[in-house]
Design a protein around this ligand. Structure first.
Ligand SMILES: Cc1ncc(C[n+]2csc(CCOP(=O)(O)OP(=O)(O)O)c2C)c(N)n1
Ligand SMILES: [Mg+2]
Length: 415
């Protein structure tokens, strides 16, 4: 047996992946391989996963650099649907901007933005049917906005005020709406995956027709729950779409740490025999087309699909984060897949159904709508002012029958 007593092999050491650049350096995305828009084939929905393994290493794109929709994944949406999609993304962006300021004004303790990632959740929602269930993280509020969930309720939740539908029991932005297919957000990342697969399995066991969508970030794929969920989803061919939002960062940790040697996050699905697609997450048309493909596959009982959205978190992780500590300030400008709002806007102008004037007008209208909703929400209180949920509410809504120790605590609190 060879040993190393003579020191022949030298000492062992670990490989720790490093981001391409650090603060002060020039942004560098030369490692992001971007195929031409329209160049990735579109297999039939019932394709054998073995035959489409290449899709886990490419990027499905529809909008080219001139703003045209090209290739086999184009042509899924009407002019009206695209204009609606643009409005949803603009609304989410405006909502974010207002809530970010509200946090700085002390009206809420915490906020998380979607800047640069609006297309992912806004387009995905439009590919689902009523009754389907999302298990989202905190960066998919577009699922609510694009389903016309009332913004006032979202804001009341953020302000933990007297009209907060969750009565102050959840961290701001951790919404919940059964009617809108938005499962209560859990702060414990990756739990969304096992829950989504479990829900999908239950739907199949009941011989129902509803499907589930699990959501996870690049960094959270390092959690055990991610892998456990993939085992159950692939073994039982659960009707679920397993979304991975690769926005390049997990707070200050770059995506290379969680990705490890896998090449891409989508490729994680291949070891489980699942179809795995990678898509340009800043291309509304591509996101919708790929979501529709995966959702149809689940609905036809053909099993789960892994979808990796390649995007970039242009904003800070949350209001508690300062990205200048770990990445160049101009990195988001250098992101080679552009901005989802600008790209769809330019496409619609090219199609002759939108213009700079209409865009400016839409911006003003949307800002007005968001401010009106904000004023209404603030009339019900903010973090430190006005109405609050009752302390009594804290004891409700968890157990069907309140256990004795909670009943005692409630009595002690006198509520
Ligand atoms: C199980 C668990 N571990 C750690 C955290 C703390 N945490 C909150 S967000 C976050 C980063 C997640 O990054 P990623 O999965 O890439 O999602 P992104 O925020 O980029 O959308 C971490 C580590 C958590 N909420 N849950
Ligand atoms: Mg991330």
């Amino acid at each position: 047996m060879p040993d190393n007593s003579s020191g022949e092999f030298g000492p062992l050491s670990l490989h720790v992946p490093e981001p391409a650049v650090r603060p002060g350096g020039e942004p560098d995305f030369s490692n992001v391989n971007i195929p031409e828009a329209g160049s990735v084939r579109r297999p039939p929905v019932d394709a054998n996963p073995e035959e489409i393994r290449d899709l886990a290493f490419s990027i499905i794109r529809v909008l080219n650099r001139d703003g045209e929709a090209v290739g086999p994944w184009a042509g899924e949406l009407t002019d009206e649907q695209l204009v609606e999609g643009l409005r949803h993304m603009m609304t989410l962006r405006t909502f974010d901007a207002r809530m970010q300021i509200a946090q700085r004004q002390g009206k809420t303790s915490f906020y998380m933005q979607h800047l640069g990632e609006e297309a992912v959740s806004c387009a995905f929602r439009k590919a689902l049917s009523p009754g389907d269930m999302n298990f989202p993280t905190y960066r998919q509020a577009g699922l609510l906005i694009a389903d016309d969930y009332p913004m006032v309720e979202m804001m009341c939740q953020i302000y933990s005020n007297e009209k907060d539908p969750l009565k102050g029991r959840q961290l701001p932005i951790m919404y919940s709406s059964k009617e809108h297919g938005f499962f209560s957000i859990s702060g414990n990342l990756a739990t969304q995956y096992i829950q989504a697969v479990g829900w999908a399995m239950a739907s199949a066991i009941k011989n129902d027709t509803k499907i589930a969508a699990g959501w996870i970030g690049d960094g959270s794929t390092a959690e055990s729950d991610f892998h456990a969920a993939l085992v159950f989803a692939s073994t039982y061919k659960a009707p679920v779409v397993l979304n991975i939002v690769n926005n390049q960062w997990a707070i200050s940790t770059f995506q290379g740490i969680a990705r490890g040697g896998a090449g891409t996050f989508a490729a994680r699905g291949l070891g489980f025999g699942m179809p795995a697609l990678r898509v340009d997450g800043n291309d509304y048309l591509a996101v919708f087309a790929v979501a529709k493909w995966a959702i149809e596959r689940a609905r036809r009982n053909l099993g789960p699909t892994v979808v990796e959205y390649v995007t970039y978190r242009a904003g800070a992780h949350s209001t508690s984060d300062d990205p200048s500590a770990y990445r160049p300030k101009t990195e988001s400008d250098a992101w080679p897949l552009g901005d989802p709002v600008m790209r769809l806007k330019n496409h619609l102008i090219g199609r002759g159904v939108w213009s700079e004037e209409r865009h400016t007008q839409a911006e003003a209208e949307i800002l007005d709508t968001v401010i009106t909703a904000q004023k209404e929400a603030e009339s019900f209180g903010t973090l430190h002012a006005g109405g609050k949920p009752s302390a009594r509410d804290m004891f409700e809504g968890v157990y069907e029958e309140m256990p004795p120790h909670l009943r005692r605590q409630r009595q002690q609190a006198g509520v």
